[in-house]
Design a protein around this ligand. Structure first.
Ligand SMILES: [Zn+2]
Length: 174
């Protein structure tokens, strides 16, 4: 293994925030993938898996029903490392421009009485939910977003060289 100067994200320096993961062009359209990082990777406990699942359901429902944003939402889903979510939007907005949307999304969790879609017909693991813990994580992250709204560090990833395998393939991860 050796490192080449293709810059990637240094996961040891990531703090919670809203980051552009990649920008893709599909025909005439631009699509942006954001990392919505909720916890510090490898430095604090990752999100409880059942709470993560509940946050996936609740926030996807919020985003897809928001009158100002629903037409721009392509995807919302959890990272396999359980430290945050992927959000894919039409267009190419700066992370700061979606701060308010995400603050409102995570604030909305507090008022939820029942996680939407938690039955056998709508969910692949409908018993694996934890609404009280989802509220705890959502409150913590929303408070953090509110307190750091003007902190540029929550909108731009720290960079490092990307790992290349022995046969020359680049390692990609979030
Ligand atoms: Zn589900």
């Amino acid at each position: 293994m050796e490192l080449i100067q293709s810059f990637s994200v240094d996961h040891t320096k990531i703090i919670p925030g809203i980051f552009v993961s990649r920008v893709d062009t599909l025909g005439d359209n631009t699509v942006t993938t954001y990392d919505i990082r909720v916890t510090r990777p490898n430095a604090e406990p990752a999100v409880d898996v059942a709470a993560m699942h509940s946050l996936e359901h609740i926030i996807a429902t919020f985003l897809r029903n928001d009158p100002d944003w629903k037409d721009q939402i392509i995807y919302w889903g959890p990272m396999g490392c359980l430290t945050g979510f992927y959000l894919i939007l039409k267009g190419n907005k700066a992370p700061k421009e979606i701060h308010d949307l995400l603050l409102r999304a995570f604030r909305s969790v507090e008022g939820v009485d029942v996680v939407p879609g938690t039955n056998e017909e709508n969910c692949g693991n409908y018993l694996m939910h934890n609404l009280p813990m989802a509220k705890w994580y959502a409150r913590k992250f929303a408070d953090y977003l509110a307190a750091n709204a003007d902190n540029d560090d929550i909108y731009e990833y720290p960079k490092t060289a990307r790992l290349v395998t022995d046969d020359g393939r680049q390692f990609h991860d979030s």
